[in-house]
Ligand binder design. Structure first.
Ligand SMILES: Nc1nc2c(ncn2[C@@H]2O[C@H](COP(=O)(O)OP(=O)(O)OP(=O)(O)O)[C@@H](O)[C@H]2O)c(=O)[nH]1
Ligand SMILES: [Mg+2]
Length: 409
């Protein structure tokens, strides 16, 4: 680990190990795993900062860096290539540093005390100087020449330019049916949980893209695992996204780091992004509304069933509906008050959405109550309380969460 101080102005290391500072005489910047803010300060002399995350890629990194350097030089833009290596046992950082010695635009960050592809990319951006930031794999599977297409797409109105396997002209070179299925399955799951984010691009799993610095300068990026693009789309200030095709090449050397654990990590990442927009004040209001709706539900039931003597199913249905309508009203007028998309049409759409989502779960609740009373011989009040506690909180949290996604995600 390094003791190098971070320059508060640039957010970069104030001191780095230059050619004379490193035992190999190579330009390696040693950094620790701390997350740094990206910040809006760019260096006008550098246009593009492309980050290459690596772990045990010593067999690939040389070829990649040379062709990347050639492509970027050919584009005529000012650039830097930042290799962020997690202290690879195969000394990828040293191999990269050898090339950096003769290519001053290449920087090598050797990160200790942290690991993970997505955080490595953010770490690289935090040390970057360019006004356009980017990421490309270090194993040669992302064709370097596509960077030129992405750069061409980064005009003033473009926030993110994504290299996609799923637009015409793109593809995967030789994937097995199982891998294709896993990749598409992961995408479908993402669409289900984060439609507003995952649905914006055809290839949300892409680790090959460019983004304007402003978009992520103040974003609170905190990804788990591999999917840095998801994090950028979900938390960045992204308005316009464009996609350009590329063919995902076969790995020639080295080993994939993808394991079953990465799929779990992906799921965790999705869940974190799912609840992220509701942090803080809106989340507190959201939970409070859910509690209030449950209490209203129970009070209504007691009143019409116990006091008025209505039958069990009808009372539970009316009570449930009262809870649903109260939820809709309070979320609209209080929890998400002042947010975008507040047209009458939107309110109607939301009301219908809630009605469908929560109404379905309400039907389930009525079924449970009847089963508990008729099959298990429980008293109506006990059955109502059990069903209320078991089903209603889930239905309110999940059902209306989906329905309000357009204004919260
Ligand atoms: N710094 C850093 N880089 C990583 C880490 N894990 C993977 N990488 C790099 O991220 C890039 C993509 O990783 P891969 O394992 O090739 O993942 P993939 O390309 O999605 O999958 P394959 O097609 O199986 O190769 C490569 O350059 C890896 O070396 C990590 O923990 N830290
Ligand atoms: Mg790979």
């Amino acid at each position: 680990m390094t003791d190098n101080p971070v320059d508060p102005h640039s957010g970069r290391l104030a001191h780095t190990n230059g050619p004379s500072g490193h035992p190999d005489g190579a330009p390696v910047e040693e950094i620790d795993g701390r997350a740094l803010a990206i910040g809006s300060l760019a260096d006008p002399t550098v246009h593009l900062s492309l980050v290459v995350p690596t772990y045990n890629e010593s067999a690939n990194i040389g070829r990649l860096l040379r062709s990347l350097h050639e492509v970027l030089t050919g584009m005529g833009a000012t650039f830097e290539i930042i290799v962020v290596d997690d202290d690879s046992p195969d000394r990828t950082w040293a191999t990269a540093a050898e090339i950096a010695r003769t290519h001053p635009e290449i920087r090598v960050l050797r990160r200790t005390g942290a690991s993970g592809l997505a955080t490595a990319v953010i770490c690289g951006w935090a040390h970057a100087r360019g006004s356009v930031l980017g990421a490309i794999d270090g194993d040669g599977q992302h064709p370097p020449e596509v960077v030129a297409d992405l750069m061409a797409a980064m005009d003033v109105r473009t926030d993110v330019a994504v290299a996609s396997r799923h637009v015409p002209g793109g593809g995967v070179s030789n994937w097995s049916a199982v891998r294709r299925l896993l990749s598409r399955g992961a995408q479908a799951l993402g669409l289900l949980l984060l439609p507003g984010t995952v649905g914006r691009v055809t290839d949300p799993m892409s680790g090959f893209f460019l983004v304007r610095r402003d978009v992520v300068a103040t974003a609170d990026l905190d990804p788990v695992g591999y999917k840095i693009l998801l994090e950028v789309l979900a938390r960045g200030d992204v308005l316009r996204v464009v996609e350009r095709p590329y063919v995902f090449l076969e790995r020639k050397e080295g080993e994939s780091k993808v394991s079953a654990g990465h799929y779990v990590g992906y799921l965790r990442h999705l869940m974190r992004l799912r609840i992220h927009p509701l942090r803080s004040r809106a989340l507190m209001r959201y939970l409070l509304v859910t509690v209030v709706a449950l209490v209203a539900d129970a009070v209504t039931f007691l009143w019409i069933f116990d006091r008025q003597g209505w039958n069990l199913t009808r009372s539970a249905a009316i009570a449930g509906e009262a809870g649903i309508l109260l939820t809709v009203a309070l979320h609209d007028l209080w929890t998400f008050a002042g947010r975008a998309a507040r047209s009458t049409l939107d309110r109607i759409r939301r009301l219908l959405g809630v009605q469908i989502a929560l109404g379905t779960l309400l039907a389930g609740r009525l079924l449970v109550i009847n089963v508990l009373v008729n099959w298990f011989g429980l008293g109506p009040l006990t059955a109502f309380c059990i069903a209320l506690a078991a089903i209603t909180p889930v239905s309110h949290l999940l059902g209306s969460r989906l329905t309000w996604r357009r204004i919260t995600a």
